[in-house]
Design a protein around this ligand. Structure first.
Ligand code: COA
Ligand code: AMP
Length: 626
């Protein structure tokens, strides 16, 4: 077997030759003649001038190669009690017609389509149908509330929105359509049409002249052929949290994305065509885009789409049931899901009920896997447990272990070695390289490899400001961590106000904006509190306006409801505390890190810059009094 060091070395010595080889595994309408153009965009462009269609590469080419009967997607929904196996031929037939339905609504190359969909095959087909037309999809996670959806509609300006009538959460039906209607009401940009996928659990009331039934439109449509696009044309926009209230629209291009994702399936995840890859994530997040939809289908493997939870659907054995039943070769999830399983089945007894001998490894991403959880599951499974570090911006792992390259050593707490394509270092705040083992700003030497977001939607300057301007020649990830003596990368936390709640990336700044909007709040701070299940949860500290003598508990309840209404249940904002004052430096900066330590019961040294040390005592007393 080729080994990791050899392949990483090949890439280091001749990066363009490395990517030119990977590009040969993609079907191009106009093959690349130039691999990289450094002068385009914020840091360059991959495969400029080459042309392809991503949906053709995901579907048509496998059918043309005689694999139409192979299963492309297994939809397993304990929420609906349904199981479907959809072959590559069937998926192609549906995507051709859904593309036709979108085209009939006026969608053409370059138009945006926003998707607000739960975990149903139609979500994946909508993405692929957009790709077929050269249109740009932007999927929005169902746990976001109307104002967040509206912000994305305003930024992406979709011609059409595709939504389901509802999502299914344990114990409740989330009616998406009223949220969509409210979002369209809030947004200044209005779509010209909506395609509504009706689910029986909550059928949507249709708006005459705007809404069209998804299934009827699909049935009436003529199949649409793939539209050839430039490798550098956008495939999708995926919004993620940044440090400002405005979500960042990470753009993904077509060519680099296809080349890079296709290359990872066997090299990183060790899955070959015809085998099964299951990413237990949501299509609304980057992992879902890449490893439920695009990467498996590009590589001709079978993807699993699971509409359920790690626990409660019906029990903590759900993951092992799915892995056994569908002969999953590689399982990929977030550490928070394992912690949920561990809480309910600490000895892993339910694993023994299923034959998961065919499952070769467990991949974890979305947040740092805490060593106790990693060790717990590794001892139970006796299989490689592989932490891999990435971001919405990169779209595929920056670091990992490599099943296809024989590098699987278990090193709990570490995110693994850089994937070929990434040169990762820790830098100090002046941008100087740090010695191995020293924590700093994890940064990637430019250019980023193919598949990484080349820019932000209609905000190239925002991209430069957020990622490139701090350290010239480097992409700043926003994560703090180190590279150890072995070359393994350790990701320890964020350097900004982004927090990671149950593997979901959220901005405390956005939550602070919501709290500050409450009529009784004078000032506030949202900090990350450690949580045994979700890793981190947001926690609000608020100072009431002078003269406000309302019961603090009432205000706290209203604040929790307000964040749910403005951002959504996904924020998991469940607690706030009214305090007399917030600790600040003499220059007026709120000491969030100090409050976080107090909230987490850590020992706090009084910062030298503090304006009034007595405030810390008040905060400590307020936490102690709960
Ligand atoms: N649509 C609507 N609401 C949603 C939703 C969706 N797609 N997904 C989650 N929510 C809601 C939940 O119902 C919950 O609502 P509640 O406050 O009424 O209980 C809230 O958002 C928070 O959800 P979540 O963070 O998922 O917490 P949970 O307590 O329901 O479940 C876990 C905890 C650990 C089981 C769950 O977070 C999980 O499976 N996480 C894995 C995350 C993951 O795969 N991330 C991908 C990154 S790789
Ligand atoms: P997202 O863009 O939602 O995928 O979130 C990306 C962020 O999640 C990263 O910048 C990290 O802070 C965190 N993250 C993702 N994967 C890991 C990992 N394996 N280890 C540590 N942090 C991670």
């Amino acid at each position: 077997m080729v080994d990791y060091a050899a392949v990483y070395g090949q890439w280091q010595q001749a990066p363009e030759a490395y990517w030119a080889e990977c590009a040969k595994l993609i079907d191009w309408d106009v093959p690349p003649t130039k691999i990289f153009e450094p002068a385009s965009g914020p840091y360059g462009a991959w495969f400029p001038g080459a042309m392809l269609n991503t949906s053709f590469n995901c579907l048509d080419r496998h059918v043309k190669a005689g694999h139409g009967a192979r299963v492309a997607l297994i939809w397993d929904s304990p929420m609906e009690g349904r199981l479907e196996h959809i072959t590559y031929s069937q998926a192609l037939a549906r995507v051709e017609k859904i593309a036709g339905a979108l085209a009939a609504l006026g969608v053409t190359k370059g138009d945006r389509v926003v998707g607000y969909m739960p975990m149903v095959p139609e979500a994946a087909f909508t993405m692929l149908a957009c790709a077929r037309l050269g249109a740009i999809h932007s999927m929005v996670f169902g746990g976001f509330a109307a104002p967040e959806l509206a912000a994305r509609i305003n930024d992406a300006k979709p011609k059409v929105i595709v939504a389901a009538s509802c999502g299914l959460e344990p114990g409740r039906v989330v009616a998406y359509k009223p949220i969509l209607d409210m979002a369209i009401g809030l947004s200044t940009h209005k779509p010209s049409a909506c395609l509504i996928f009706q689910r029986n659990a909550a059928r949507a009331t249709m708006v005459a002249g705007l809404d069209h039934d998804f299934i009827e439109a699909e049935a009436a449509a003529a199949p649409h052929a793939p539209v050839s696009v430039l490798a550098t044309d956008p495939l999708y926009i995926l919004y993620t949290s940044g440090t400002t209230g405005r979500p960042k629209g990470v753009v993904r291009d077509n060519g680099g994305h296809a080349v890079a994702l296709n290359a990872t399936v066997e090299m990183v995840f060790g899955v070959k065509p015809g085998e099964v890859l299951w990413a237990a994530a949501d299509v609304g997040w980057a992992v879902g885009h890449s490893y439920i939809v695009y990467a498996p289908l590009l590589a001709g493997v079978t993807a699993v789409m699971y509409e359920g939870k790690p626990v409660g659907t019906p029990d903590a054995g759900a993951f092992w049931r799915v892995a056994a039943q569908h002969k999953v070769k590689t399982l990929f999830t977030a550490p928070t899901a394992l912690r949920a399983i561990k809480q309910q089945d600490p000895e892993g007894k339910l694993i023994a009920n299923y034959d998961i001998s065919g499952c070769q490894a467990l991949f974890l991403a979305g947040e740092r896997c805490d060593p106790p959880t990693a060790i717990w599951i590794q001892e139970l499974l006796q299989k490689p447990v592989i932490d891999n570090w990435w971001q919405t911006e990169t779209g595929w792992p920056i670091t990992a272990r490599f099943l296809g390259l024989g590098l699987t050593a278990f090193k709990p707490g570490s995110g693994g070695r850089p994937c070929p394509g990434y040169d990762v270092h820790a830098l100090d705040d002046a941008g100087e390289l740090l010695a191995p083992g020293t924590i700093g700003n994890l940064s990637i030497k430019l250019p980023l490899p193919p598949g990484c977001g080349p820019t932000l939607w209609e905000n190239e300057q925002g991209y430069r400001n957020a990622y490139l301007n701090s350290f010239p020649g480097w992409y700043r990830t926003g994560d703090a961590g180190m590279v150890d003596e072995d070359g393994d990368v350790w990701v320890m936390g964020r350097t900004d106000d982004v927090i990671n709640v149950a593997g979901h990336r959220l901005s405390t700044g956005t939550m602070e904006e919501v709290l500050a909007g409450h009529i009784d709040v004078a000032e506030c701070a949202v900090i990350a509190k450690a949580d045994a299940l979700k890793g981190e949860i947001p926690f609000g500290l608020v100072v009431l306006k002078a003269g406000c003598n309302r019961d603090p508990l009432d205000v706290q309840r209203e604040l929790v409801a307000l964040v749910r209404e403005k951002i959504g249940p996904v924020a998991a904002f469940k607690d706030a505390l009214v305090v007399p004052r917030l600790p600040k430096t003499r220059s007026g900066k709120i000491l969030r890190a100090t409050m976080r330590k107090i909230a987490n019961g850590e020992v706090v040294a009084v910062p030298a810059t503090i304006e009034d040390p007595a405030v810390l005592e008040q905060i400590t007393a307020a936490f102690a009094g709960r």
